[in-house]
Design a protein. Structure first.
Length: 57
């Protein structure tokens, strides 16, 4: 009689979003004035993963 093997459950961690690197936020440069000079950066929601930080298939 053959002995049945038990399989170990592997919990794979979801892949991180390449755009925001898993944080869910991205930074964009803020431009003002006629000459469109850069004055700072503003963080916002990552549109690739919709803020979850995980790759959406």
């Amino acid at each position: 009689m053959a002995v049945s093997k038990t399989r170990a459950t592997v919990t794979a961690e979801p892949a991180k979003c390449p755009t925001c690197k898993g944080s869910g936020e991205v930074s964009r440069t803020v431009h003002v004035g006629r000459k469109r000079r850069a004055v700072g950066q503003q963080t916002g929601l990552c549109l690739t993963c919709l803020g979850s930080g995980e790759v959406i298939d």
